[in-house]
Design a protein around this ligand. Structure first.
Ligand code: MN
Length: 264
């Protein structure tokens, strides 16, 4: 498929990259400027609370870029009490939480108990606050992640966006029942399973993401502007035009943030 390079005019002020690691790019500040100029609503997720201060400073006055307070499951050590203490310290400043969750892949299974402890703590804190939006990682752990969400975060106390969901169709159905949103990226849309999954998800629960720099586009790390490629691929799969799909996704983000009394 031929896709345009760079952001087409049609997409100005309409794109959403709900999961991008802006702070892992050397030109972080330039990317923020680009998002602001092109009106790309971007969630700058972080992997450790040590990164919060800088991310928060750089985004607290931006119109389109928001920072999320994270503690990535792949970075969790056998004892993460120090990072969790820091996470707690910044929690009140953050409307968005992420990247958080569980990774049960072979390289991280030795910290699975500690990962769950951390995720449960995060969910409980969010339930107490009542208005957070979370970007959640669930590699090889969708059922476990959903179990904890069901136990600890009532639907009216917070919103879950499942990032790069790779669970089964029945796990996806369960997530939909639990009120979860899904942020969809180009890597998901290249697999048969991912395509089946996005056909199952109600369009009202769909957001888009790049997961840059971890997902590449044209052999370079994806940046928020590349989210238009996810839109184009997804539009084909769900038989919509890119225009109507990006309008629908923008409405989804507005509904999600309205529920949490924040601005998109
Ligand atoms: Mn990520």
């Amino acid at each position: 498929m031929m896709l345009k390079q760079g952001l087409s005019n049609m997409n100005k002020n309409r794109l959403i990259d709900f999961h991008c690691h802006l702070d892992l790019f050397e030109n972080y500040q330039d990317l923020i400027t680009e998002c602001e100029t092109k009106g790309i609503r971007t969630l700058s997720v972080t992997t450790t609370p040590r990164a919060w201060k800088r991310n928060y400073e750089l985004t607290k006055n931006t119109k389109y870029v928001r920072a999320a307070l994270g503690l990535h499951p792949q970075l969790i050590q056998t004892d993460s009490s120090e990072e969790l203490r820091l996470w707690d310290q910044y929690f009140h400043e953050a409307k968005y939480i992420g990247e958080v969750g569980i990774d049960a892949g072979p390289n991280f299974s030795q910290t699975l108990a500690e990962q769950q402890k951390v995720f449960k703590h995060i969910l409980k804190s969010c339930a107490q606050a009542g208005d957070k939006i979370l970007s959640v990682h669930s590699v090889r752990s969708a059922s476990l992640v959903l179990d904890h969400i069901e136990d600890l975060l009532p639907q009216n106390r917070g919103s879950i966006v499942l990032h790069w969901f790779t669970g089964t169709l029945s796990e996806a159905k369960r997530a939909i029942k639990l009120g979860c949103y899904f942020s969809i990226n180009t890597a998901m849309l290249r697999t048969k399973k991912g395509q089946q999954l996005v056909r199952l998800i109600p369009i009202e629960r769909v957001l888009t993401e790049t997961d840059g720099p971890f997902i590449e586009w044209n052999n370079r790390p994806s940046t928020p502007a590349d989210v238009e490629n996810a839109i184009a691929l997804l539009a084909k799969i769900v038989n919509q035009t890119s225009e109507s799909l990006s309008d629908a996704i923008l409405l989804n983000l507005k509904a999600l943030t309205k529920k949490s009394n924040t601005s998109p």
